[in-house]
Design a protein around this ligand. Structure first.
Ligand SMILES: [Fe+2]
Ligand SMILES: [Fe+2]
Length: 283
């Protein structure tokens, strides 16, 4: 353990290791203490072998790794020999994680008992349902038509297959029901850290450069989850806009690394973890 460093709960997302420069950053990711836990909030990569490589490396370095899928893990790219789609692909990812001892949304929620704990860490997979529409857009159809007109269309439309669900929003509907069931069954005496690739509330999407992209960023149906499930912090990624914001007194942490063209413009070295616990004011 590094001197003066106690156990910490850290987080990162959007490692996007299809980029060689990001792969090099991942190789350099190390805990400050052998007792550190790491949350990986989705978008590790698209190729299943890449995702497995990253999670294996991190699970060998951290005492515990908690993963939830991003949209990129759920794509079925032509370059991947694994051709599983949708739900089947997600289940394969869960099997890969379980073999490595990495916690997934399908496993019992781990409890952090280090500084700032005890707190339940709940990795959530709820997807999105096109409800983050712009003012005046009443339906998904209308909102998508506008997105196609402006040329702002998420690649999920072509690579994220919902099989066997009829659509991505119907898959989201199933995930919400299942996730609400799991959250209701948690130990209600403990606060939570809610981890989802997509933000649980809509507000963070207000700063998107292309507002139409919000369609692929979440669902209105999770807007009160941070209050309903007693969250101390919500961890998310997907937007590639790392920052801390507060809603209803709950800390929201966007923890993404992002693409090289994005992190190259930021101050400081890329690939720094966000410290979730202990929180600054607990130390
Ligand atoms: Fe991403
Ligand atoms: Fe994403």
């Amino acid at each position: 353990m590094a001197e003066g460093t106690g156990p910490r709960l850290l987080a990162i997302s959007d490692l996007h290791v299809a980029y060689e420069a990001n792969r090099a950053i991942v190789e350099g990711l190390r805990p400050g203490s052998e007792e550190d836990w790491l949350i990986v909030a989705g978008d590790v990569g698209e190729i299943l072998a890449d995702v497995e490589w990253v999670l294996r490396l991190l699970s060998e370095r951290f005492a515990k790794v908690i993963w939830t899928p991003g949209n990129h893990e759920l794509w079925t790219p032509q370059s991947d020999p694994v051709t599983l789609r949708g739900e089947h692909r997600y289940r394969r990812l869960v099997e890969i994680c379980r073999a490595l001892g990495v916690a997934t949304p399908e496993d019992p929620y781990p409890v952090w008992r280090g500084p700032g704990g005890p707190v339940t860490i709940a990795p959530l997979f709820v997807l999105y349902d096109y409800s983050f529409r712009l003012p005046g857009q009443l339906t998904k159809k209308e909102a998508l038509a506008r997105a196609y007109e402006t040329g702002v269309v998420c690649t999920d439309e072509f690579h994220l297959h919902p099989d066997p669900h009829p659509s991505r929003e119907e898959w989201c509907d199933v995930r919400i029901a299942e996730t609400e069931r799991l959250l209701a069954a948690r130990d209600a005496s403990l606060p939570t850290i809610l981890v989802s690739h997509w933000p649980l509330v809509r507000e963070p999407t207000a700063v998107l450069r292309y507002p139409e992209f919000a369609l692929w960023c979440g669902t209105e149906r999770t807007a009160d989850w941070h209050r309903r499930y007693n969250a101390v912090t919500a961890v998310y990624g997907h937007l590639h806009i790392p920052r801390t914001t507060w809603y209803d007194g709950v800390r929201f942490e966007e923890v993404s690394l992002g693409y090289p063209r994005e992190w190259e413009r930021r101050q400081g070295p890329p690939g720094r973890f966000r410290q979730i616990l202990p929180a600054e004011d607990d130390r």
